[in-house]
Design a protein around this ligand. Structure first.
Ligand code: 5GP
Ligand code: 5GP
Length: 237
């Protein structure tokens, strides 16, 4: 009898511990406790998005400028893993960024087909990545931060100053990284894709931003991505 009572009391304690753990997990989720250590700001070169086998479509607003555009601002952990799709209740609402739409069209243009106005791309980035950083950003803050951070970098100017031009020429990885390091103060990770003929080309640049989303830092971890060849093409756009 005493053994049964002890067993029952053990089960009750176990149940209580489980309920408490679940409640704490829920509080954690709802309070938006930070589940990442820093952000990747990922920029894309439109020429290298477009001249692959899959090609591209210009957005309805017209051909974007020949400059690095934003792909996303992605919360990431120091061990290389990352949270995603953190809050299905927080769907992208374009009315919350109405004052930023002009800047988003110019600096965060979509190149995916079929041609569209970019809302789908921005919604995807906010829902997949932005909702995981709600402890520091609401939707407006998320897009504003990415735009502000990109503007601080002036990557294309840094490359030009070092004689690295988007003219279909070839450069070494070190040339590209050094030019950007010298011009911006930060060395990016370079992600290459392949043009239609299979040549390695400069596709994306990963910079790192502190967990507050406010300033650039040296990257704690490499994002992986596709390695570049010894010679990197910098295609025109
Ligand atoms: P991610 O790769 O960030 O998870 O997803 C990017 C998504 O946004 C893909 O579904 C892709 O088709 C879409 N997308 C729309 N426009 C662009 C663009 O200009 N660049 C990239 N990389 N993806 C885009
Ligand atoms: P891909 O496989 O094209 O490199 O990446 C597909 C998508 O997965 C990216 O657009 C991004 O949404 C996500 N992703 C890939 N690598 C990373 C990473 O290192 N960190 C984060 N936060 N997201 C990533």
């Amino acid at each position: 009898m005493a053994a049964m009572a002890a067993r029952a009391s053990q089960l009750i304690t176990l149940g209580a511990v489980l309920v408490l753990a679940l409640a704490l997990a829920e509080v954690d989720r709802c309070s938006g406790a930070q589940d990442y250590d820093f952000f990747f700001l990922v920029l894309q070169w439109p020429g290298s998005y477009c001249d692959t086998r899959q090609s591209c479509c210009y957005p309805r607003s017209g051909k974007p400028a020949a400059d690095f555009g934003i792909h996303g601002l992605w919360p990431n952990r120091d061990d290389g893993s990352y949270p995603q799709n953190c809050n299905p209740d927080r769907e992208f609402d374009s009315s919350k960024v109405s004052d930023l739409l002009g800047s988003l069209r110019a600096q965060w243009p979509t190149l995916a087909c079929p041609a569209n106005d970019g809302l789908r791309f921005w919604a995807h980035e906010w829902e997949k990545h932005g909702t995981c950083a709600e402890d520091v950003f609401n939707e407006h803050g998320y897009f504003q931060a990415a735009l502000r951070l990109r503007a601080q970098l002036r990557v294309l100017g840094a490359l030009r100053d070092a004689g690295v031009h988007p003219d279909g020429g070839y450069y070494s990885l070190a040339q590209v990284k050094d030019a950007i390091q010298r011009g911006t103060g930060f060395e990016p990770f370079v992600d290459c894709n392949r043009d239609e003929s299979g040549n390695s080309q400069l596709y994306q640049l990963y910079f790192c931003v502190d967990a507050a989303g406010s300033r650039f830092i040296d990257c704690p971890v490499s994002p992986g991505g596709r390695p570049c060849g010894a010679r990197i093409e910098f295609p025109a756009f």
